[in-house]
Ligand binder design. Sequence first.
Ligand code: RP5
Length: 241
Amino acid sequence: MSFVHQKCRNVDVPYLGSQIYRTSVPDDLVKWNRDWADYAPPNYTDKKVHGQAWADPEINDHNQYTFDPKTLSPINPIGRTGLAGRGLLGRWGPNHAADPIVSRISDEGHLEFVAIQRRDNREWAIPGGMVDAGEHVTQTLQREFTEEAMNGNIDKDSLKELWSDGKELYRGYVDDPRNTDNAWMETVVFNFHDSNGLLNNVDLQAGDDATALRWIRVDSKEPLYASHAHFIDLLKSAHSK
Ligand code: RP5
């Protein structure tokens, strides 16, 4: 399970968009049940989060997760990250996302998927995003792909067949660099495999939070954002069966 808790303990760079460094958490002290009496990570919630409709209020009121009896904040289920507060995440506890992996077999016979370059840290990623309030996750998968990989150019019918045949690959915690001790990303990953060349008639173009787009081969070992390399390993296994 090492993929789940590396990027959110990175102490080489400050937390995204800030000058705040995490407390360094050694591997053997990640689990909350390991004693660390002096553990006092910086508490940081980005100013951008305050007062937003998509974010929780300052004072949280949770009882559905394990929570810290002192601060009443939900506790990261994997362990310490070296940072308290919400960082850039709106919700205390899980922040829900959806990741559409759109794949095909290239003319050369390689399995490849659509990747975008993220505006925030320039890393390559699956074009996923946050589930909006009241939105069903199947809508999020299509909306995010349309916004980030088709620059919002919706032609509802051209990809209807593709969207109708998604396969779930993963559901759960993400090792997102924005995670903190009290707020973390969870996602649902679906594969939409284009067996019929539907994407040949679609104009793939980076949009919204994406600055570039390209097809990446699953065996390229390209470093990817958060846990996305793990999701691509799952894609590879699913297609080798
Ligand atoms: C990752 O962050 C998820 O796997 C998803 O790809 C992404 C959602 O966040 P935004 O792209 O909306 O910033 O943890």
